[in-house]
Design a protein around this ligand. Structure first.
Ligand code: PBG
Length: 316
């Protein structure tokens, strides 16, 4: 017989108090960022309640409620009145996101206002940059993205989040905005999980796909190269997107870099749980909290997620 007692790991699982005491990872509202869509007209969403469109007045009311329940941060996406080839609605002074920022900034000094910097919601063709002979022109797009980031900060954004995946855009934004935190969508994959977002934002490409700028799902070393460049160009936070199918990428970025890491729990991940719960296959609350815990455990310091309102009610 062994002189050592057999390991008894169940000792620390026997009561809720002990489990709470030894838990390594916890989801907190402090680490969550809620995406909000601002548009000229409101549009509800029964199946995916966190994915509705708000008017500027509506987004003010929504943020009032978010602050009341303890939410800390939102990221604004704009759905413009009209689109053009250049996506000018992204940077004009009276653009939809700029209007929302000017309404929100003075009212909610304690709420973090992040903005998504991309052209796909604003271009008539739905690509994330401007076209030259049906190809997305990198450097011309970078110029317009930097202009967009500057206009967001002038309107009151606390941080900007370039999500376009053009080369060199973080550096171009950093040059113009030395003081602004940049949350770089560094490892953003050409994913099948963005469907519900594109429906709400009206940003599906009208031809082709995004594989000439977003990353191939098979690659992880390339994600680290993307991060390396973004660090060199002045990024403050490195973001991996989507989250759940890419937890190995979150972990790899966490291990290689000492910057804060973000993960985007995208619309398709939210929709899958919602649909499965509606069909009676699983419990939304348990599945959502488990997902968010897993994303943090993999190494994310912060999570962009549609479940912020729900988490606020679940954690009380
Ligand atoms: C803009 C952008 C997208 C998402 C965030 N920023 C869509 C895309 O790349 O097509 C997706 C977010 C989600 O699915 O929740 N480029």
């Amino acid at each position: 017989m062994s002189t050592f007692p057999a390991a008894r790991l169940r000792r620390l699982r026997s009561t809720a108090g002990l489990r709470d005491l030894v838990r390594e990872t916890e989801v907190s509202l402090d680490d969550l960022i809620l995406p909000l869509f601002v548009a000229p007209d409101a549009l509800g969403n029964d199946a995916l309640p966190a994915m509705q469109r708000f008017t500027v007045e509506g987004v003010v009311r929504e943020c009032e409620e978010l602050v009341r329940i303890g939410a800390r941060a939102v990221i604004l996406f704009g759905v413009p009145e009209s689109k053009d080839d250049e996506g000018s609605g992204a940077w004009v002074d009276d653009g939809i996101v700029q209007q929302a920022l000017r309404a929100l900034r003075p009212r909610f000094p304690e709420l973090l206002l992040l903005t998504d910097v991309c052209l796909c919601e604003y271009t008539a063709h739905g690509h994330c940059g401007v076209l030259h002979d049906d190809r997305v022109d990198n450097d011309a797009s970078v110029e317009l993205l930097a202009r967009t980031a500057v206009s967001h900060v002038e309107a009151g954004a606390d941080a900007v989040c370039p999500s376009d995946m053009m080369d060199g855009r973080v550096g171009a934004i950093r040059e113009r905005l030395p003081e602004t935190p940049i949350v770089a969508y560094s490892a953003k994959y050409a994913s099948a999980f963005y469907g519900p977002f594109r429906d709400v934002a009206g940003s599906a490409p009208s031809f082709g796909d995004r594989r000439s700028y977003q990353m191939d799902p098979g690659n992880v070393r390339e994600a680290l190269r993307e991060c390396e460049l973004d660090v060199a160009e002045g990024a403050d936070v490195l973001l991996v997107k989507p989250a759940l199918p890419y937890l190995d990428v979150v972990r790899a970025v966490r291990e290689r870099f000492d910057l804060p890491v973000a993960a985007y729990n995208v619309s398709g991940e939210y929709a899958m749980v919602k649909a499965a719960a509606a069909a009676g296959h699983l419990d939304e609350r348990a599945a959502a909290l488990e997902s968010l815990t897993a994303i943090k455990r993999a190494g994310a310091d912060m999570i962009f997620t549609y479940w912020v309102r729900d988490v606020a009610s679940w954690l009380v």
